[in-house]
Design a protein around this ligand. Structure first.
Ligand SMILES: [Ca+2]
Ligand SMILES: [Ca+2]
Length: 235
């Protein structure tokens, strides 16, 4: 698929570490009616949340291409009709043996294609975990939806691993699911609402991040919505 929108978080490191452990509820501080419950794994000892944004604004993010990103009432949305591509990036969150990139994601309308998280973005290339066809609009998978791990070079992504075995249907009603990619050495585990939906071992994962992190959106006609984008590391 050649149509790509990628927005990478950078910026001010709006680190929400002021309150240490007490800061963790800030993961879901802004729209309690929309947010899901804090995932249990964010409470695991040893993990340090190193970046988190509730998308009060998008000013510190970089982007390129033609993705239609904007903040609306504390949510980041991207969506437009037709073909487009966009890439954005920020500064580096450093390296860790084990890390997680997570975001709350929701959709509206129809004809939504790919959404996901990005890490290790450097010189126009990065790794992405992407959730494809979450409403089954394109009837590409049975059960609905597919997860992949891809290498994205600019607007062109090549899947390293795909997994369509889990039922990844999610309605386009602006309710949020939490997508999380956890990398541990060369192992990848992908969770939706803390349920494991894909796992794989891929050599390219070793030393891949988190580095420059961000979000991926491709051809979400109806619109994709993001909230509470957070990165944690361990070790
Ligand atoms: Ca928010
Ligand atoms: Ca589409």
């Amino acid at each position: 698929m050649s149509l790509v929108a990628l927005a990478l978080a950078c910026s001010d490191y709006a680190f929400q570490k002021e309150g240490d452990v007490q800061a963790r509820p800030a993961l879901h501080d802004s729209e309690p009616a929309l947010d899901s419950d804090p995932p249990e794994d964010s409470e695991e000892p040893g993990r340090e949340q190193i970046y988190c944004t509730p998308f009060d604004d998008f000013e510190d993010w970089n982007q390129s291409g033609e993705g239609a990103w904007r903040v609306e009432e504390g949510l980041l949305t991207e969506g437009r009709y037709g073909e487009y591509e966009a890439i954005a990036w920020l500064h580096d969150l450093g390296a860790a043996e084990r890390f997680g990139v997570r975001v709350d994601v929701a959709w509206t309308g129809n004809a939504n294609d790919l959404s996901g998280v990005v890490w290790g973005y450097e010189a126009g290339s990065g790794l992405a975990v992407r959730w494809d066809d979450p409403q089954g609009y394109y009837e590409r998978y049975d059960p609905v939806g597919r997860m992949d791990l891809s290498v994205c070079e600019g607007s062109s992504c090549t899947a390293l691993v795909t997994d369509s075995s889990a039922d990844l249907y999610h309605p386009a009603d602006k309710t949020f699911a939490t997508l999380e990619a956890v990398v541990d050495g060369d192992a990848l585990h992908v969770f939706v609402d803390d349920v494991l939906v894909m796992q794989s071992q891929v050599p390219q994962l070793s030393g891949s991040g988190p580095g420059v992190v961000g979000l991926f959106s491709d051809d979400n006609d109806g619109g994709v919505w993001f909230d509470n984008f957070c990165v944690w590391t361990e070790g």
